[in-house]
Design a protein around this ligand. Structure first.
Ligand code: ADP
Ligand code: MG
Length: 311
């Protein structure tokens, strides 16, 4: 049996594991882990000194100097917002804060405050000065949050670092955002009705990235309904599109991360259109636990008992 070298570490609000297959690759593995930790420090909306928190603190007031990769990621997020007609919005933070997302309570805000928060959401108000390496939010109280795309970007960065170091085979798993490099790996797909880490099925693949967005990360109950952490900027409430889980499979993990969040909000029809446009394969789970997967995945996706393949 091949000797694995594995490093698990907390970052980005989740548990991450990077696996390589050769002992000699320990240094590359360590470098990839450091890169993920560094990105967490720079991109987290929950860390006071992060570049994102600095942009938020200066909203409506002044430009903030940021690193080239943060700028590139904000640019990608803005582009994705336009592509998804705002279903993915990097400026959702005022609304996530209002709902208490990331905390242990779910506070259903009243109609008026929801409306006010919704008005602050507009990714076009994130101004990027690429030549000057600066960013600014147009209006006060606006705030950006890369929670819907940062893990994917970090996974792409870990892959880049490993590849540059000559590593050919690896599995990068950042809290369920997975990149498989080289030898085929088995990726578990999170069960939408169970706690984190329990799969509903698995997929064997190679040289692809797999990202899941779902309402499984329920953090509190409200009026008999579970609150979850993906909001529909159009309604100002947790997304209620009839899907409880969306998995997308393709090449760029950052793009797939934004895509899975957007598709989750858009629902089956529009979501499928967008995924097709971006060349991604999908696995959808409806609220009734029916599973739909792209034709290309049939035969590769193994579902555990109690799941029905819809088509
Ligand atoms: P996960 O973090 O579980 O992998 P997602 O990638 O779907 O799930 O991201 C959810 C996070 O993205 C939320 O915790 C929040 O920070 C942010 N978010 C919530 N709703 C949206 C949205 N409509 N567009 C962009 N980001 C969002
Ligand atoms: Mg996402």
């Amino acid at each position: 049996m091949a000797q694995l070298l594995q490093k698990s570490f907390p970052a980005m609000g989740t548990v991450n594991t990077i696996t390589v297959y050769r002992q000699a690759e320990e240094y590359a593995l360590q470098t990839a882990v450091h890169r993920v930790l560094e990105l967490d420090d720079r991109l987290s909306v929950f860390k006071a000194g992060s570049e994102i928190s600095q942009i938020n603190a200066a909203a409506g007031k002044r430009f903030v100097s940021i690193g080239a990769d943060t700028l590139g990621l904000l640019k990608a997020a803005k582009e994705f917002s336009a592509l998804s007609e705002g279903a993915f919005s990097v400026t959702t933070h005022p609304l996530t804060e209002l709902w208490g997302i990331g905390t242990s309570h779910c506070a259903a805000p009243d109609e008026k405050s929801r409306k006010l928060a919704r008005r602050l959401i507009d990714d076009r108000d994130l101004i990027l000065d690429e030549a000057g390496g600066r960013a600014m939010l147009r209006r006060q109280r606006q705030a950006v949050d890369l929670g819907g795309i940062a893990k994917g970007f970090a996974a792409d960065e870990a892959r880049r670092i490993l590849t540059e170091a000559g590593v050919t085979d690896a599995i990068i798993n950042l809290g369920g955002t997975v990149v498989v490099m080289g030898r085929p790996g088995i990726v578990g797909i999170q069960h939408p009705g169970k706690s984190t880490g329990i799969p509903m099925g698995r997929l064997q693949l190679t040289n692809r990235a797999v990202v899941t967005s779902g309402s499984y990360e329920r953090f509190a109950e409200l009026n008999g309904k579970q609150c979850h952490h993906i909001l529909n900027p159009a309604t100002g409430s947790p997304s209620d599109s009839g899907l409880c889980s969306v998995t997308v499979i393709g090449s760029s993990a950052a793009e797939l991360d934004a895509l899975s969040t957007a598709v989750f909000v858009l629902g089956t029809e529009k979501g499928l259109q967008l995924a097709k446009k971006r060349g991604a394969d999908v696995i959808f789970v409806s609220d009734e636990m029916n599973v739909f997967c792209s034709p290309a995945l049939r035969g590769q996706l193994f579902l555990y008992p109690n799941f029905v393949n819809a088509r």
